[in-house]
Design a protein around this ligand. Structure first.
Ligand SMILES: Cc1cc2nc3c(=O)[nH]c(=O)nc-3n(C[C@H](O)[C@H](O)[C@H](O)COP(=O)(O)OP(=O)(O)OC[C@H]3O[C@@H](n4cnc5c(N)ncnc54)[C@H](O)[C@@H]3O)c2cc1C
Length: 387
């Protein structure tokens, strides 16, 4: 750990880097991934174990930890943010099933997920409830043999294609924090219909939504009970914020690398661009912003990996800092490449759009700032004790 990075399994990282620089870069260069190319890459990533990084070996995964997951997110996002987001969402469902599902259910579902035979997603957001998670109105009613779900989910990474989803629904009355539970939903069931979400430069495929019309959840497929679901998602979201921060660092680092390469080769007024002071100082400022974002991200990744009480604050701070660094510097670095930046030969255009998306996923910047305000507003002695 250098302060700007964290220790990871070297052999694993070499494999992720080779995949990112090879097949993923090749596909990303051919334009935004459609569902078919995403599915093909998912299977290749699964061959390397990337669908089961945190899944225990006994359940068929790699048995590695959060540090490796966050680093894989950083490396893959540097090449294709949309694919990294899609992959980590499938991974997270596999990891959740491995620890929470009854063993017989996990044994039935994990092989397909780990082999990348289908995508999976985690669905909290609804058309009328995003930041205000407790306002979700997908309802779960008790039946004689399980639960019955009604409602609609929107803006879900992998929602357009996933075979399985972990769906958060209200078992009590809308707004009741401890009434929220999490259920396993098979998205190929006739009680489920997909709702399209127009995928374009700003919406990485395969994002989408679905409606549940009397979807029957058998006993044993409620993954997190009322009360427990809310607490589990708060813990999980600290990890998500830290790895999204790592993704931002990956994208910014890739943009800086492109800028440096361009600045060495491209000449204007008889000199390489990087010999022009105004040009190189802009790039240098981007490097400073990246180093600052990396330092906070490394601290957040360590805190999450160690389950430290500081994880909540550091993950929120890291995601804010990294998102803002990306949003501030991606347009500048794209500009530093002149018209060549718009040519599609680098992932910079896609990452410019991603800079908008990262300000929303796993907590918008405003919600995170509220968290920071609440946590730092406490007396210091309380801060790291309560988390
Ligand atoms: C590509 C993509 C993938 C996604 N994947 C998933 C997924 O896999 N699963 C999932 O459940 N969700 C997912 N989301 C949804 C994401 O979590 C939401 O977009 C996010 O929670 C914000 O909710 P919203 O878009 O409804 O915005 P809103 O909650 O409507 O907020 C609109 C704006 O107002 C601001 N705002 C809201 N309330 C306040 C307040 N009290 N004070 C100040 N400002 C406020 C917000 O910060 C935002 O800028 C995804 C979104 C995108 C774009």
């Amino acid at each position: 750990m250098t302060g700007l990075d964290w220790e990871c399994d070297r052999g694993f990282l070499d494999q992720v880097r080779a995949f990112a620089a090879g097949e993923l870069a090749e596909q990303a260069a051919a334009g935004p991934l459609d569902a078919a190319r995403n599915a093909q890459l998912l299977r290749r990533a699964a061959d390397l174990g990337l669908t089961g990084i945190e899944v225990p070996r006994s359940a068929g995964g790699l048995g590695l930890g959060f540090r490796e997951k966050a680093k894989a997110c950083e490396i893959l996002a540097g090449v294709d943010f949309g694919f990294a987001l899609s992959l980590v969402n499938t991974h997270n469902v596999a990891a959740r099933l491995a620890v929470t599902a009854p063993p017989e259910l996990a044994a039935r579902l994990l092989p397909d997920l780990l082999a990348g035979r289908h995508h999976a997603c985690t669905a909290l957001t609804e058309p009328h409830a995003g930041s205000d998670f407790f306002a979700i109105s997908t309802m779960a009613q008790r039946t004689a043999d399980g639960w019955c779900l009604h409602g609609e989910k929107a803006w879900i990474a992998n929602g357009a294609v996933a075979g399985l989803s972990i769906v958060y629904a209200q078992t009590g009355t809308v707004g009741e924090r401890d009434g929220i539970a999490a259920f396993l939903v098979r998205l190929d069931d006739p009680a489920v219909s997909r709702t399209a979400c127009s995928v374009d430069a700003f919406v990485p495929a395969p994002t989408g939504g679905f409606t549940l019309d009397a979807y029957r959840v058998p006993e044993g497929e409620m993954l997190l009970p009322p009360g427990g679901a809310f607490r589990a998602i708060l813990n999980e979201i600290n990890g998500a914020r830290a790895y999204v921060a790592a993704m931002c660092c990956g994208m910014l680092a890739a943009a800086l690398e492109s800028a440096h390469g361009f600045g060495r080769e491209r000449r204007s007024f008889g000199q390489p661009l990087q010999a022009h002071q105004h040009w190189r100082l802009r790039v240098a400022e981007g490097e400073v912003a990246l180093a600052a974002a990396r330092a906070l991200t490394a601290a957040a990744v360590e805190a999450v990996a160690e389950e430290a009480a500081s994880a909540q604050l550091l993950a929120a701070q890291a995601k804010i800092a990294a998102t803002q660094a990306l949003g501030r510097w991606m347009p500048e670095l794209l500009h530093a490449l002149g018209a060549a930046g718009l040519s599609g030969q680098t992932p910079m255009k896609a990452h410019l759009a991603a800079a908008q998306v990262v300000g929303l996923v796993d907590g918008s910047t405003e919600m995170l700032l509220e968290r920071v305000a609440a946590l730092t507003g406490r007396r210091k002695t309380e801060l790291f004790r309560e988390g």
